[in-house]
Design a protein around this ligand. Structure first.
Ligand code: ZN
Length: 251
């Protein structure tokens, strides 16, 4: 699993300055690559109801759970790539984390990280630096890395930092939507502005961008839709006519 291998390789150089409490969970959430994760409390992990169904999703479940609950973890050496249990322990923590952040306490913890901008800001200009939340494209382990969701444009993006290698199942596909269901006052208004492609101030008619082979068909279909004075008329909107009309070359 890509994310888990990275943990062991980069452990020493990616430790955060904040010291761990000596537990496996403390060590794991303090890794820089895991900055999107919040800490799941032991009482939540120890409640068997919260682990229902995970026995069949993680190999060596009992050993992985024992390791996860280890309060005297050897932080000097951290993740040992020769121990397969270490990978499954991280998988198990990720699946428990995905459940925990849907609970009221988990949403509170993720809210603190959201408010601090830990998950980044939407790169879309018209979203004006909207805060984002992590999301998985699926709920299954190993299918895709985590993405970040913008509640303003309602689209997903690639995270920009090291957390981009985290497995998306550690957050699940429901998290941001449950978050805003619980905290609806945080849901931003949709963006008002939308980028409009223009050439020399004129809106670019969509038929001007149609490949030559389908140009004539598209032009016929769109003739009746081109009455806007700010849009180039479809009768002159072929690439050749644009060049002739404005005496410039489209590249
Ligand atoms: Zn956005």
């Amino acid at each position: 699993m890509l994310v888990l291998r990275l943990h062991c390789v980069e452990y020493n150089k990616n430790r955060r300055s904040k010291s761990s409490d000596g537990s496996w969970v403390g060590w794991f959430v303090n890794l820089e690559v895991n900055a999107f994760l919040c800490r799941v409390p032991y009482d939540y992990i120890e409640d068997k109801f919260n682990l229902t169904g995970l026995e069949t999703m993680v190999p060596n479940f009992p050993q992985a759970l024992d390791a996860l609950l280890d309060t005297e973890f050897d932080t000097e050496y951290g993740f040992n790539p020769m121990e397969t249990d270490s990978e499954t322990t991280a998988q198990l923590y990720g699946l428990i984390h995905a459940r925990y952040i849907l609970s009221p306490l988990g949403i509170d913890k993720m809210y603190m990280k959201y408010k601090r901008g830990d998950f980044g800001f939407c790169p879309r200009i018209y979203c004006d630096g909207q805060l984002m939340l992590p999301v998985g494209l699926t709920d299954r382990i190993g299918e895709s890395h985590v993405k970040v969701y913008c509640p303003r444009c309602q689209d997903v993006y690639q995270p920009q930092d090291r957390c981009a290698v985290l497995d998306g199942s550690m957050f699940g596909s429901s998290f941001p939507h449950m978050f805003f269901m619980q905290l609806p006052h945080l849901l931003p208004e949709p963006p008002i502005e939308k980028y409009t492609p223009r050439i020399y101030g004129f809106k670019v008619h969509k038929s001007a961008l149609v490949p030559a082979s389908t140009e004539s068909t598209a032009s016929n279909n769109n003739d009746s839709n081109c009455n806007n004075q700010n849009t180039l008329p479809s009768s002159v909107d072929s690439t050749q006519n644009l060049r002739r009309r404005f005496n410039f070359t489209l590249t």
